[in-house]
Write a protein that binds this ligand. Structure first.
Ligand code: ADP
Ligand code: MG
Length: 258
């Protein structure tokens, strides 16, 4: 490498322009071949740098969201759940509810695709520039219990505050004790009109006191906050898991039949 090239590489590193550094020789050659103006050379490099940063920041946001698995809306078979309002789900994917600081409740029996849709909506939000975090309800309660001390609870609350959208998966599968219920109430109060939530649950609202240590008042106050600005998506249908495993069994039987 010549001295000017070494100097340029060092400046581009200082300016944190890795795509400029990686691509300038190629783009310079291409521009030279078609006699393009200097401005075009610079514009092309700047565009590549911006594109690269966007891809990287989406990947970073998806990683920080800590989704347990990769699920996208594009892979969701809406035909398998004809009673689900597809338009409503696709509208939610546009993310206006996050701007409104509103919440989404995905309600349905096990296996109907609640977690899939929640993750799909979460990944879409990451692509739209939002900061997202996934928790299971029990994982979130554990995080509070582990943060028991005041100082650590403040740190956890600051962490929560930094997000635009928080997903709480599987609310209602495991009943909470008094302490867990109070932590969750604190969490919902903190997020009220500040941070959007997507909650997945198998329980109708009338049964929520069961989750919250049989405390009607606590469950009522919590539901009040959650449902003040809410989009409710009911998913009625058969378990997709069960359907696919039945299909596989049938196929196997067909294969082994004489
Ligand atoms: P739930 O959270 O309601 O119990 P999941 O979202 O975990 O259900 O779905 C169970 C499995 O079935 C997952 O692997 C999910 O990707 C898949 N699944 C569920 N519904 C659909 C669907 N309509 N199209 C494609 N895959 C689906
Ligand atoms: Mg689930």
């Amino acid at each position: 490498m010549s001295d000017p090239q070494l100097l340029l590489a060092s400046y581009l590193k200082t300016l944190r322009l890795p795509t400029f550094l990686r691509e300038y020789a190629t783009v310079a050659r291409q521009c030279g071949e078609k006699d393009a103006a200097y401005e075009e050379f610079l514009q092309q490099l700047a565009e590549l740098e911006v594109q690269h940063r966007q891809v990287q920041s989406i990947a970073r946001r998806i990683k920080q969201a800590a989704f347990p698995v990769v699920k996208d809306l594009a892979d969701f078979d809406f035909a398998a759940v004809p009673k689900l309002n597809k338009k409503r789900v696709l509208d939610l994917a546009q993310g206006a509810f996050i701007e409104q600081r509103a919440n989404v409740v995905l309600n349905g029996a096990p296996g109907v695709g609640k977690t899939h849709l929640a993750i799909g909506l979460g990944r879409e939000a990451c692509r739209n520039g939002q900061k997202v975090r996934f928790f299971t309800a029990s994982g979130l309660v554990n995080a509070y219990v582990e943060a028991r001390e005041e100082r650590h609870i403040t740190r956890l609350e600051n962490h929560i505050r930094r997000h635009d959208l928080i997903i709480i998966d599987e609310l209602g599968y495991i009943p909470l004790d008094r302490v867990g219920a109070e932590h969750l109430f604190g969490f919902f109060s903190q997020c009220y009109e500040q941070t959007s939530l997507i909650v997945t649950t198998n329980l109708p609202f009338a049964e929520w006191p069961q989750i919250f240590a049989d405390d009607e008042r606590l469950a009522g106050a919590l539901l009040d906050r959650l449902t003040h600005h809410v989009y409710i998506v009911d998913i009625t249908g058969d378990s997709y898991r069960l359907k696919t495993s039945l299909k596989q069994q049938k196929k196997k039987k067909g294969e082994s039949a004489p």
